[in-house]
Ligand binder design. Structure first.
Ligand code: BGC
Length: 379
């Protein structure tokens, strides 16, 4: 740790000079390979605690690192960009040896990342790619394009246009659907939406799906900071503007369980899910416990499960590699171009969860307990 503080104090020029002399690449970092875990600190910067998934991520990363004897500085930024910048700045000045960062705004941390590079601190971008900076050493995430494909497929399955095995379903449509996307400053939101739209487009072109509002561009359907309330408001506005002629919504593409809950609330307030107005097919992501309960109760149709325990494990493997002065193993070196360079990545697979899958995928794996699913609340 001391070596890093010295490097930080000595400034960018010296750091660059040292890297050049030692022949290390951007990912090298100071030599910590001989240090004991108890002398090493990993800074973990997470975006928010308003969504369960990030709490699970933070806890998993911390537990796994602490179990190996490392010190962990875990901070949540309350979805506030200046707070996250400040927290990362502080981790650097306090001598973190590796940083693991899930950014709020993927483009807002260039200054911090430059300071990290100057102090020879490797940076692991966690789940959300940090953009516009050469100083991102590694990326751990899921296959985000495939998340979007899976969400669109789940919408098609829910509507009966397609079967789970991908074969043609018995329904023909046309169905009215509305689309939602995540926060435009989150690189993932673009991957999710393009995966989904590539999958839905043939059905829109064939007339089986109609986006009645006409809002099909990501800029029109994005929800800033992935806020549940904003999604609820947009759904309310859509119902007023496009469905006040007696027509009904049949499906909603939602990229995140939090948004799905806002969308469902708007629909319920407009009488959907009671009497003749069937609850539309609503998709999701993250297997958040409140949404898994809604799926179990037949209200939400599906979610995409991303096992945060496995993601945390990959982040820890990458962090340890850097601490031992090695490069972590990537399984993708093409997809994640961050505006400056392609960031070597380790991508994990995802699973679609319908009501029938809750037990086998979520409960049997110990991700949630049956009690949590029944109550809709994390213990
Ligand atoms: C994550 C999703 C999550 C969303 C909102 C994205 O970057 O990949 O899993 O639903 O942020 O928190």
């Amino acid at each position: 740790m001391r070596r890093r503080i010295l490097a930080a104090l000595s400034g960018a020029a010296l750091a660059i000079g040292m890297a050049a002399c030692s022949g290390e690449g951007a990912g090298g970092g100071g030599d910590t390979s001989g240090d004991k875990p108890a002398d090493l600190t990993i800074g973990v910067s997470m975006p928010t605690q308003t969504s369960e998934r990030w709490i699970a991520d933070g806890n998993s990363v911390k537990e796994k690192l602490t179990a190996k004897g490392y010190k962990v500085d875990l901070q949540y930024a309350g979805d506030d960009i200046p707070t996250q910048s400040q927290q990362v700045d502080q981790m650097i000045t306090q001598g973190a040896d590796v940083l693991i960062i899930a950014a709020i705004d993927g483009t807002a941390l260039s200054g911090q990342l430059q300071a990290a590079a100057d102090a020879k601190i490797p940076v692991i971008s966690y789940d959300r790619l940090i953009r516009d900076s050469p100083n991102v050493n590694f990326y751990v995430s899921f296959d985000n394009y495939k998340v979007g494909v899976a969400q669109a497929n789940a919408l098609l399955v829910g509507l009966g246009l397609q079967n789970k095995d991908g074969s043609k379903g018995t329904a023909a449509g046309p169905f009215n659907v509305e689309l939602f996307a995540g926060s435009l400053d989150d690189n993932n939101a673009h991957f999710f939406f393009s995966g989904a739209m590539d999958t839905l487009k043939p059905f829109v072109d064939a007339g089986a799906l109609r986006v009645k509002s006409g809002q099909t561009k990501i800029e029109q359907v994005a929800i800033l900071r992935w806020q549940q309330e904003t999604a609820q408001k947009r759904m309310e506005d859509l119902l007023t503007s496009s469905y006040n002629d007696g027509s009904v919504v049949n499906g909603v593409l939602s990229p995140f369980d939090g948004l799905s809950r806002g969308i469902i609330t708007a629909l319920q307030n407009a009488g959907y899910g009671a009497g003749a107005k069937k609850m539309p097919v609503v998709t999701g992501q993250d297997a958040e416990v409140a949404s898994v309960k809604l799926i179990n109760d037949g209200v939400q149709s599906s979610t995409i499960f991303k096992d945060t325990r496995l993601l945390a494990e990959q982040a820890v493997i990458a962090a340890e590699a850097y601490l031992q002065d090695k490069e972590p193993a990537a399984n993708d070196t093409k997809t994640y171009e961050n505006g400056v360079k392609v960031v070597p990545s380790f991508l994990l697979p995802v699973q679609t969860v319908y009501k029938d899958d809750i037990t086998s995928v979520l409960i049997d794996s110990g991700y949630l307990t049956a009690e949590e699913v029944a109550s809709g609340q994390a213990k």
